[in-house]
Write a protein that binds this ligand. Structure first.
Ligand code: DGJ
Length: 755
């Protein structure tokens, strides 16, 4: 890892983990230019890539074509309105409404270490493992100063970028667009990889050619959303899962965002990520500053797999702060899909008693324990225990659970208020609403104006009172509607700042919560994965991945999520079959295998499970204890995607020391008259020998007549089950997967190093 500056050539060079990123500042005027982002290059002067030695040259030598220069120069942080017709990185208006801005180089600083961003989630690093370049740019006319920050981390092929705007002038400036990163890439024939979806179908991958003009994914829902994700990948022409060049861009932010490519007239691609400019207008008075969120830019020469690895390493080592990151998480049971709102103390304890016997360690009491809540029409904002349902409150419930050796988790939805609540009746002005308009309801609830300190305090005090009233080990923080009617009734609540200030308010509340309760295990949630993003991972080590717990649909959702985020962050639970989301029948063993890919738990009433399913639970929990460390700490590699082949899914997790690997194979659709499938098992130690085991009780499924069908199914593996086999052979020759009969079947295969 290094950052260097070649003063003569005006070149800044950042190297880390086999990646090089190069900027150039032109010696006349100081235009910040982007030269290169990709595989490590030699220590040569590559300033020729700016093409200033060809037409239209630099404006100083050809002032009549200044506009051609600005519209073709590979920019690092383009201004607005003065000659570059591609998308600007920054837009402002001054007091007269003028919109011209052209940030030019002033100075720079290169330092060891990485500063965190106050009030925002951000990466962190030490003096030893990180280095930061701060590039100060200024626009002479408006007095706007921009500090572009670039950090590299030891061993990780990534650059983390952000921008701080400061008004050095004498008049107020309104910032209307401030991208966290912008760069003009000189790479052709790229394909755009995005993660899209809806409720219950989050983060499905989509790959499209990057065409001329702009393509974007974005959210204006106030949250990162189910529909889009603040990420884009760019794949070189022949890149795939394991090979070829892939660039990944991820914004560490949980609100409105824009992620955009713009292929220009010369086939170069401008990439930008940042807060969505729609409804954004931040007024900067003289002397004031505004900080953008961070964007992570990753380079991989090993396809999507390399990108995934870089994101996982960066997030695990430099973003996730929770003490729970590598700790064994308790096996939990959540009552939501078991009871919905219809529960009381006795019902919860009936679930808990059976759960405890099976080895489940934590009961999560979901929505419905507070105020007068009996359905989703009331009481959000009234965070006091409903004693009719829970006599003795949290204290009694946690004591009863303690007798069973179980801990308690509780659900909250702190950002919301029900129109039918004491809080709303007392403070209708604490909800967002436009003057004279009835706010739009979603799930019959309004959004609290968390930009106001007194609102945040009132919510926090209520939550703290509940948590202090008993022993609470875990909190599920839910958020179940998008933002509309975003207007504040507080004095001076600037409307263009509200979406962002709401996000800052949520971050501040979560920071307060984990500061006051440092041992609390916090799980974020937003109707499933509506806010599963890097921003929230700064506060919680795990996030509920989707409300869709059907194991087959989960394969696609978990593939998209694990493409960016460590498996240890994905909430994954076993629920009933047929699944409540899609009505599909999936064997209990498969449901268990798929849930092992994340933080493991149950979302059902064990007392009402068919006995043959319930009989598998203790074995599933044993598997979780056996492989939990591996899943949390190991390296994840996707070997096949059901989304691509429509037949089967396969992924591998390997311990860092390569002693142990676990491969999950799910046959989504069975086929007639096929041979067993050959799958390569990469990334093991080439010369080490591995003992291959088909993990019980995976193939202990029984056929319809009750016969154990494992033996026939694994006949194709018999010879390698007997004798250890080298990592090299496993990587190239691979193995033959058990020939599973039927749809939605799965198997776990363990590879354990001998000696
Ligand atoms: C949405 C969440 O995703 C569910 O798990 C559950 O907590 C409900 N909200 C409760 O309202």
């Amino acid at each position: 890892m290094n950052i260097s500056y070649d003063e003569a050539a005006g070149i800044f060079r950042l190297d880390a983990g086999g990646m090089t990123y190069v900027l150039r500042v032109t010696d006349e005027e100081g235009f910040p230019g982007h030269l290169y982002f990709g595989k490590r290059v030699g220590e040569d002067d590559i300033s020729y890539l700016a093409r200033t030695e060809e037409m239209p040259w630099l404006p100083s030598g050809n002032v009549r074509d200044r506009c051609s220069f600005l519209d073709s120069f590979p920019q690092e942080y383009p201004g607005n309105g003065v000659g570059d017709f591609r998308s600007p990185a920054v837009c402002v208006t001054d007091e007269k409404g003028q919109t011209g801005v052209q940030p030019l180089y002033v100075s720079h600083q290169i330092e060891q270490g990485k500063k965190t961003l106050p009030g925002l989630p951000s990466t962190f690093g030490t003096q030893k493992d990180s280095m930061t370049l701060s590039l100060l740019l200024a626009d002479r006319e408006t007095g706007l100063e921009l500090t572009l920050c670039y950090t590299v981390f030891e061993g990780i092929p990534a650059v983390v970028r952000s921008v701080r705007a400061h008004n050095r002038g004498e008049k107020t400036i309104a910032i209307r667009r401030l991208m966290s990163c912008s760069l003009d890439m000189d790479v052709q024939d790229l394909r755009l990889l995005t993660l899209n979806g809806t409720w219950g179908r989050e983060k499905h991958k989509q790959i499209l050619p990057v065409g001329i003009g702009t393509q974007q994914v974005s959210s204006i829902r106030g949250i990162s959303s189910h529909q889009a994700h603040p990420f884009l990948g760019l794949m070189a022409e022949h890149a795939g899962q394991e090979s070829g060049e892939v660039y990944g861009f991820n914004l560490i932010y949980s609100g409105n965002f824009l992620a955009q490519t713009e292929r220009d007239q010369f086939d170069r691609v401008r990439v930008q990520l940042g807060i969505h400019p729609k409804d954004f207008c931040w007024e900067l008075a003289p002397g004031e500053s505004f900080q953008s969120p961070e964007a992570v830019l990753v380079y991989s020469a090993e396809g999507i797999d390399g990108m995934t690895h870089a994101f996982h390493e960066l997030f695990r080592n430099h973003l996730l702060r929770s003490p729970w990151l590598y700790r064994e998480r308790p096996v939990l049971i959540n009552n939501w899909e078991a009871t919905f709102f219809d529960f009381d103390l006795e019902k919860l304890l009936t679930i808990a008693r059976r759960a405890a016997k099976e080895g489940i360690e934590l009961l999560v009491m979901d929505d419905g324990w507070f105020g007068r809540r009996k359905d989703d029409n009331s009481s959000l904002g009234d965070w006091t225990v409903n004693e009719e349902k829970l006599p003795g409150g949290i204290a009694r419930l946690s004591e009863e659970l303690a007798k069973l050796n179980m801990k308690l988790g509780i659900w909250f939805e702190p950002e919301m208020v029900s129109p039918d609540s004491d809080l709303y009746r007392a403070h209708p002005d604490w909800a967002f609403s436009f003057d004279g308009r009835t706010p739009c309801r979603a799930r019959n609830q309004y959004v609290l104006d968390l930009t106001r300190r007194e609102v945040r305090d009132a919510v926090f005090d209520q939550i703290a009172a509940v948590l202090d009233s008993g022993e609470v080990a875990y909190v599920k923080w839910d958020m179940n509607r998008p933002l509309t009617d975003v207007a504040s009734h507080a004095e001076g609540g600037q409307s263009g700042a509200l979406f962002h200030r709401f996000v800052l308010g949520t971050y501040e509340l979560q920071e307060r919560l984990i500061t006051r309760y440092p041992e609390l295990l916090l799980e974020n949630c937003s109707s499933g994965g509506g806010r599963f993003d890097a921003g929230m991972l700064y506060y919680s080590p795990q996030i509920w991945t989707s409300d869709n717990t059907d194991a087959i649909e989960r394969l696609a959702i978990q593939e998209g999520t694990a493409m960016l985020y460590p498996m240890s962050t994905m909430g994954a639970h076993i629920s009933v079959s047929p699944s409540q989301a899609v009505g599909r029948l999936v064997p209990m063993a498969t449901r268990g295998h798929v849930a092992l890919a994340g933080t493991f738990g149950y979302e059902l009433d064990i007392n009402h499970l068919p006995e043959e399913d319930a009989a598998l639970i203790s074995g599933q929990i044993a598997l979780y204890h056996r492989y939990g460390d591996l899943v949390r700490e190991g390296d994840y590699h996707r070997l096949a995607s059901w989304q691509d082949n429509r037949l089967f899914d396969c992924y591998e997790v390997i311990s860092k020391d390569k002693q142990l690997a676990l491969v999950t194979f799910v046959q989504v659709m069975g086929e007639a008259n096929v041979k067993s499938r050959r799958i390569r098992i990469p990334h093991l130690s080439p010369d080490a020998r591995y003992r291959v085991t088909v993990v019980d009780p995976a193939v202990r499924e029984h056929d319809q007549s009750g016969n154990f069908i494992g033996s026939d199914e694994i006949a194709c593996m018999r010879s390698i089950l007997d004798k250890p086999i080298t990592g090299r052979t496993l990587a190239e020759a691979g193995i033959l997967m058990p020939k599973l009969r039927g749809d939605f079947r799965s198997v776990l295969i363990e590879f354990r190093q001998e000696g």
